[in-house]
Ligand binder design. Structure first.
Ligand code: UD1
Ligand code: MG
Length: 459
């Protein structure tokens, strides 16, 4: 019986090989911490308790799991994985199954964790192992002896003999054990080994000795069980994760210019006939409608882009909604609250923040729209801005339908421009403009008679 099910996630280690101030389990992979990945993977198992062992920079790790329902247990000092699980013993019940995971093995799949719990069944020690081309650093799974192919022990890399180092089957850092036995056995682990650490992996030889059956399941997908111990390993795993994401998208019909030059740090949902050029980063929740085209090197965060919109290269957007058929970029910046209607055009070096643009409105060059409500078919000239901030408060600008704002205008908010009005280029508009009228504030041009251009003096 697996019930009650307890889960222990070990996350106290310093992660020396990362050479970083940040605790290893808080380093991000695909925009989420390693620990978050592990927690999310086991969440569907609906365990009776989830215990996270924290130690190095404990407060930071604890803060990251706040509100998750997991309980943190401090391990100080950190004397090894066996010592980590010893700290959890007082919080474990006397029955059921305990699933133990490494906080630095992030891409473990829910099904794999569930299968391991089932293999334990509250009576056997179930281990997840993997065949590796290069098992350097991994605990080696030692099989054989009297019992044929049965697992006898796990020997850590640093303690392994030459012959043992030749073993390619490595321990993944994930096991499920009968809780009552685990509680007794883990307390008996000592630190007589090359690293003078309490190795959790010593449990295997203890189970053999105690007559607890040991079952080892081999993981089929190496990506799922790779650990992160160094920046190199982190980057390698990130690329594997991204490759998997790219393949998932391509299988759904998305055309990627290069699956190796895509980064998804969140969820990306795509309709039919979406194409994405190289070097794009998608963060948070992004939805791309049918036929959307994303140019090279765009960064798109928490955005909804509707059918047929074209996002040209080097566009940056955050919390924006792009209407169907809109054209944005190159070099546009859409900040939170930018809501573009159908067929809107936003061109190069245009910044839009907390503003709504009606169908067919255009701001094609070098402009700023902040806290504005812009009507349909408006033409917002090059170099024009909404002066939305008076030094203390933000104010709104309202622009009606079919308005033409000439180049280099300053609209001093709060101000309203009526339907069909025109603002002459170079105007500073601080008062409302009535519908259908022309407002111009620039000084009259004078032609200065008799003026001559200065000449360079001879040396
Ligand atoms: C561990 C296993 C090794 C396995 C490998 C797979 C042991 C002794 N070795 O080695 O057999 O092949 O994982 O990735 O278990 N931690 C604590 N407290 C500590 C020490 C570590 O909570 O005192 C945590 C770390 O934060 C980390 C995890 O335990 O999340 C694993 O520790 P790490 O030092 O990375 O062990 P490995 O050398 O990778
Ligand atoms: Mg490790």
């Amino acid at each position: 019986m697996n019930s009650p099910l307890s889960i222990v996630i070990m996350a106290a280690g310093r992660g020396t090989r990362m050479k970083s101030e940040r605790p290893k389990v808080l380093h991000p992979l695909a925009g989420r911490s390693l620990l978050d990945h592990v927690r999310n993977a086991v969440a569907p198992l609906a365990a009776d308790r989830v215990l996270v062992i924290v130690g190095h920079k404990a407060e930071r790790v604890e803060a990251s799991v706040e509100d998750s329902g997991a309980r943190c247990i401090v391990q100080a000092p950190q004397l090894g994985t066996g010592h980590a699980v010893q700290q959890a013993v007082p919080q474990l019940p006397d029955a059921g199954t305990t699933l133990i995971l490494n906080g630095d093995v992030p891409l473990i799949a829910t099904d794999t964790a569930r299968a391991l719990v089932d293999a334990c069944g509250g009576r056997a020690l179930a281990l997840l192992t993997v065949l590796l081309d290069d098992p350097t650093g991994y605990g080696r799974v030692v099989r054989g002896g009297d019992s044929g192919d049965a697992v006898k022990a796990i020997v850590e890399h640093k303690d392994a003999t030459e012959a043992q180092r030749a073993i390619r089957e490595g321990y993944t850092g994930m096991m499920a054990a009968p809780t009552a036995w685990l509680k007794r056995a883990v307390m008996a682990i000592d630190n007589r080994n090359a690293q003078q650490e309490y190795y959790l992996t010593d449990l295997v030889a203890m189970a053999v000795r105690d007559g607890v059956p040991v079952v080892a399941t081999q993981a089929h997908d190496e990506t799922e069980v790779l650990g992160v111990n160094s920046p190199m390993e982190l980057a390698r795993l990130e690329r594997r994760f991204q490759r998997r994401e790219a393949e998932r998208l391509m299988q759904a019909g998305v055309r990627l210019a290069d699956p190796d030059r895509l980064d998804v740090r969140g969820t990306l949902d795509c309709g039919a006939d979406v194409s994405i050029d190289v070097g794009c980063v998608f963060e948070g929740r992004v939805t791309l409608g049918d036929g959307v085209t994303i140019g090279a090197h765009c960064v798109i965060r928490n955005a909804k882009i509707e059918a047929g919109a074209v996002i040209q290269p080097f566009t940056l957007m955050d919390e924006a909604v792009i209407g169907p058929g809109a054209i944005v970029g190159p070099f546009s910046r859409l900040r939170p609250g930018a809501v573009l209607g159908a067929d809107v055009h936003i061109g190069n070096f245009v910044e839009v923040k907390n503003s709504t643009l009606g169908k067919g409105a255009k701001a094609n060059h070098l402009a700023y729209l902040g806290d504005a409500t812009v009507g349909e078919r408006v033409n917002y000239g090059a170099g024009s801005i909404t002066a939305n901030y008076d030094g203390a408060n933000k104010h709104r600008t309202t622009i009606g339908n079919d308005v033409h704002i000439g180049s280099n205008s300053v609209l001093v908010a709060p101000v309203a421009i009526g339907d069909g009005a025109t603002v002459g280029g170079g105007s500073t508009i601080a008062q409302d403009v009535p519908a259908g009228k022309l407002a111009v504030t620039r000084a009259k041009q004078v032609v200065v008679e008799g003026w001559t251009r200065p000449k360079k003096k001879a040396k």
